[in-house]
Design a protein around this ligand. Structure first.
Ligand code: ATP
Ligand code: MG
Length: 266
C-alpha cells in the first residue's frame, strides 16, 4: 500500500536542537493536521519554522517527540524512502550547476514536452520564450524566462533569484507528481483496485524571504493550489496575507506553538 495515502500529520511533543551544546530550537510542540488541510505557518524570524519543515524530512532529528504521518512514525522509515514520498520547496533551494534540463530531470525520466509543461505551469516559460530566443535582460547572467532547456544554471543556481529557484523546485515537484501517478497507474493496471490517491500527498512550501515579489508569490500560491488540490499543504509564509484563506494558521514563537486556529479567529 502506498504511504502516505491520506496525508494526516501528527506532531507530538517535538523537541529539536541542532547540536547537543546548542539550545533547543523546537521546544516541545504538538499539533495535528487533517488530510488535505492547508496550514499556514507564521512566526518571527528564528522562531523555528524552517526547522519544523526540515524535521518532516528528517534533515534534523528530534531529541524527543515524534512525527506521525498516516499512522506511521517517520523515524521508522528510511531516509531516502521518506524523502521520495512527499516534497519540500525549501526556503533557499540550491540548484546544481548544469542546465535547466539537468536540474529538472537529472535521471532522464521525462519528455521534452513534459518538462516544458512544468515550466509553463510555474510561469518560468511561455510558448513565446520557448519558440523564440528568450527575453534578453540587461544583466547577461540573469534569466527572466527560460528559452531552452539548455539554459545554463551556474553553481548553486546563482544566476536565478531565490524566487526563481523556488519556482524551479516547484516545477520539479510537478514533474514528480505526474510521474508518481503514472507509476502507480501502471500498478493499478495489474492490481484490481484502483488507487487514484497515489500522488504526492504532502507538500511543504518554505516561502523565500525578502527577495520574492508579490507576483512571484501569487504565482507560486496559485500553482500550488491548482496542482496540489488533493494534498495536505504546509506553507511557511512571511505575510499573513499569503495564508489568509488557508484552513488554519500555526503561529510559532521561540520554538513553541502560540496559536493554532483559523485565520479568521487570529
Ligand atoms: P526565518 O523566518 O528567518 O526563515 P525560521 O523561523 O525559519 O526563520 P529557523 O531557520 O527554523 O527559523 O531557525 C530557528 C533557530 O535555529 C534560529 O535560532 C537559528 O539560528 C537556529 N538554526 C537554524 N539552522 C541552524 C543550523 N543549521 N545550525 C544551528 N542552528 C541553526
Ligand atoms: Mg526559515
Amino acid at each position: 500500500v502506498w504511504w502516505p495515502h491520506e496525508g494526516r500529520i501528527e506532531v507530538k511533543g517535538l523537541v529539536v536542537q541542532y547540536a547537543p551544546d546548542l539550545e533547543n530550537v523546537i521546544r516541545g510542540i504538538s499539533f495535528d493536521v487533517k488530510a488535505k488541510e492547508r496550514i499556514g505557518i507564521v512566526g518571527r524570524t528564528g522562531s523555528g519554522k524552517s526547522t519544523l519543515a526540515l524535521s518532516l524530512f528528517r534533515f534534523v532529528e528530534p531529541t524527543a517527540g515524534a512525527i506521525i504521518i498516516d499512522g506511521i512514525d517517520i523515524s521508522s522509515i528510511g531516509l531516502e524512502d521518506l524523502r521520495s514520498r512527499f516534497t519540500i520547496i525549501p526556503q533557499d533551494p540550491i540548484l546544481l550547476s548544469g542546465n535547466v534540463r539537468s536540474n529538472l530531470d537529472p535521471f532522464n525520466e521525462y519528455t521534452e514536452d513534459e518538462i516544458w509543461e512544468s515550466l509553463y505551469r510555474v510561469q518560468l516559460a511561455d510558448a513565446e520564450s520557448r519558440s523564440g530566443d528568450g527575453r534578453a535582460t540587461a544583466d547577461p547572467g540573469a534569466i527572466s524566462l527560460i528559452a531552452t532547456l539548455d539554459d545554463p544554471v551556474s553553481e548553486g543556481g546563482r544566476n536565478f533569484s531565490q524566487g526563481q529557484r523556488q519556482l524551479l523546485c516547484l516545477a520539479r515537484a510537478l514533474l514528480r507528481n505526474s510521474k508518481i501517478y503514472l507509476r502507480v497507474s501502471l500498478q493499478v493496471t495489474i492490481s484490481t483496485s484502483p488507487h487514484p490517491w497515489c500522488r504526492l500527498k504532502i507538500i511543504v512550501m518554505d516561502e523565500a524571504t525578502a527577495s520574492v515579489d508579490f507576483t512571484t508569490d501569487r504565482n507560486i500560491q496559485g500553482t500550488i493550489r491548482q496542482e496540489f488540490e488533493q494534498s495536505t499543504l504546509l506553507c511557511i509564509a512571511h505575510r499573513l496575507r499569503t495564508v489568509i484563506d488557508y484552513d488554519r494558521v500555526l503561529v510559532l514563537d521561540q520554538g513553541r506553538v502560540v496559536e493554532y486556529d483559523t485565520p479568521y479567529n487570529l
